[in-house]
Design a protein around this ligand. Structure first.
Ligand SMILES: [Zn+2]
Length: 434
C-alpha cells in the first residue's frame, strides 16, 4: 500500500513538472524543443564513441564521401562557436575531420521527429535542437552554458543548406549570439558538398568530392571586440563561396542518377513563358509546360538549346528579381492569391509529432493572408499573425502562427522557397538571403 501511494505521489510530481515545463515553453514563446534546461555533458560513453568512431567508423565515411580536409592552421585557444557553410547532409563528417575537437552541434529538430532518428542522434552527440522559424532563445541559453563549461559549439549559420550553390547570409541574430556566448570563433568552409548531393535532389554522386578547410580561428578577445554586425560580416566573408564559379574552374565529374530531379523545389519561374510552378523534372531533364527544356550535365550545369542560365544560382537570382517586380502588382489586389499549390497534406505539431489536419488540401498566399482549405476544412492565417514562413525537409512549407507550427506538403514537387521569399518581400526586408 505504502509503495503504491509513493508511486502515485511520484507520478503526480512528474505530471506537475511536465505542466511546469509546458508553461515555461509557452511563456518563452517556444512552440518547439526546449533545450534550455539541458546541460552539456561529455560522458565516458561519448569518449568511447569518439574513440571507437575515429578508428572504425569515420575513416570509412571519409572514404565513402571522398572527404578531403586541410590541416587546421593553428590551435583553437578558447571555447568557440564553429560555423560551417552548409550544402548537404554529410557536412558534419567534413566538420569532424577538419575540426577534430569535441563540440556540441546545433541541429534542426525536424531531424528527430522520428523515434529511431532520435535514438541514433542521442548516441552520437549531445545535440542542441533548434526549431526553424523560432527566435531560438532556448538555443542561445544552451549554447552559453556549453561554452561556460569549456565545450565548443558547432552550427550552420545560414539556417539551412544552400539551395542554389551559393553561401547565404548568416541568420541576423548570429552576431548577437556570439556576443552572448562570449566565445571565440572558427570558420570552416565546405565545397563540393552541394554537387555531391544537392539539397533539392535525392541522389548522391558516388565519386563526388568534398573539400573542407578552416578559414579562420579567432580568439575570444578578437571576436568580443567586434560589433554584432562585424561578426556577421566576418562569418559571411569567410564562408562565402559560389560553388558554380568554383566548379567552372575545376570541372569535377559529379554524376548522379536523375540529376535534374527535384530542382523545381528551388526553381519556379520559367525563363521562357514566365509562368510560376509550371516546371517539372524527370531524370536529367527539367521541362516547362510551355515546352522549354534543359538538361543537367555531369558537372551540374544546364545544357540544351533553350538554355538561358547554365546554373541554378543565376536562374534563382533572376527569378527573385521577377518576383520583386510582380509583387508590386500583386500588392494592388491584397486579397487575391498569387501562389496556389495542391493537393497536399496539411499538418501541425503536437508535442513534436505531426498530426494531420487536412488531406487533399490547397495552400494559397495573398498579400493579406495565407490560407489552407479542403473539403469541410479552412484555416486562414492573417498576414499580421504569421510569425514566420520557412522551409523544412526541402519540400514542406512551414508556417508559424502564434505559437503553433504548421507544415504543408504537396505530392507534386513545387517550390516552398517561393513562399518564404514572398514573405520576406511583404515584410520589406532589404538584406534578403535565399
Ligand atoms: Zn515556360
Amino acid at each position: 500500500m505504502v509503495s503504491n501511494e509513493r508511486s502515485e505521489k511520484k507520478a503526480e510530481r512528474k505530471a506537475e513538472r511536465k505542466a511546469e515545463r509546458a508553461e515555461k515553453k509557452r511563456a518563452e514563446g517556444n512552440s518547439g524543443y526546449d533545450d534550455s534546461t539541458s546541460y552539456p555533458h561529455m560522458t565516458l560513453w561519448y569518449r568511447f564513441i569518439l574513440g571507437f568512431g575515429k578508428v572504425f567508423i569515420l575513416p570509412f565515411l571519409y572514404r565513402k564521401f571522398h572527404i578531403e580536409t586541410e590541416k587546421m592552421p593553428g590551435k583553437i585557444k578558447d571555447p568557440s562557436l564553429i560555423v560551417f557553410s552548409h550544402g548537404c547532409n554529410f557536412d558534419q563528417f567534413a566538420v569532424i575531420k577538419g575540426v577534430p575537437p569535441y563540440k556540441r552541434y546545433i541541429a534542426s529538430d525536424a531531424l528527430v521527429r522520428d523515434k529511431k532518428m532520435r535514438l541514433a542522434f542521442s548516441l552520437i552527440n549531445n545535440f542542441i535542437f533548434r526549431r526553424k522559424g523560432e527566435k531560438g532563445d532556448n538555443v542561445v541559453k544552451s549554447a552559453v552554458v556549453t561554452i561556460q563549461k569549456g565545450i565548443h559549439v558547432a552550427m550552420a549559420p545560414e539556417g539551412g543548406e544552400t539551395l542554389n550553390g551559393v553561401t547565404n547570409l548568416p541568420r541576423p541574430r548570429t552576431g548577437e549570439m556570439v556576443k552572448q556566448m562570449n566565445c571565440g570563433l572558427v570558420t570552416f568552409q565546405i565545397i563540393g558538398n552541394y554537387f555531391t548531393k544537392p539539397p533539392w535532389g535525392l541522389t548522391r554522386a558516388k565519386n563526388g568530392k568534398m573539400y573542407g578547410r578552416v578559414v579562420g580561428i579567432y580568439s575570444r578577445e578578437e571576436v568580443q571586440k567586434m560589433s554584432e554586425e562585424e561578426i556577421n560580416a566576418l562569418i559571411y566573408k569567410d564562408l562565402y563561396i559560389n560553388q558554380y564559379d568554383w566548379q567552372r574552374e575545376h570541372m569535377i565529374n559529379y554524376d548522379r542518377e536523375n540529376r535534374a530531379e527535384f530542382v523545381e523545389y528551388v526553381l519556379y519561374v520559367c525563363p521562357k513563358c514566365g509562368e510560376i510552378g509550371h516546371l517539372h523534372s524527370k531524370g536529367d531533364t527539367l521541362r516547362c509546360d510551355c515546352g522549354y527544356t534543359v538538361d543537367v550535365d555531369e558537372y551540374g550545369f544546364f545544357q540544351g538549346e533553350d538554355r538561358v542560365f547554365d546554373n541554378v544560382y543565376d536562374w534563382d537570382v533572376w527569378q527573385r528579381d521577377r518576383i520583386v517586380e510582380r509583387m508590386e502588382e500583386w500588392k494592388k489586389e491584397p486579397d487575391k492569391p498569387f501562389y496556389t499549390d495542391g493537393p497536399g497534406e496539411f499538418k501541425y505539431l503536437v508535442d513534436n509529432s505531426p498530426v494531420t489536419l487536412a488531406s487533399n488540401a490547397t495552400l494559397e498566399m495573398a498579400p493579406n493572408y495565407m490560407r489552407v482549405y479542403a473539403d469541410g476544412y479552412e484555416k486562414v492565417f492573417p498576414y499580421d499573425e504569421i510569425r514566420s514562413v520557412s522551409v523544412a525537409h526541402r519540400h514542406d512549407v512551414v508556417i508559424i502562427h502564434e505559437n503553433t507550427y504548421y507544415q504543408f506538403f504537396t505530392a507534386i514537387p513545387s517550390s516552398p522557397q517561393k513562399y518564404k521569399t514572398a514573405m520576406y518581400l511583404l515584410r520589406g526586408r532589404d538584406r534578403m538571403s535565399f
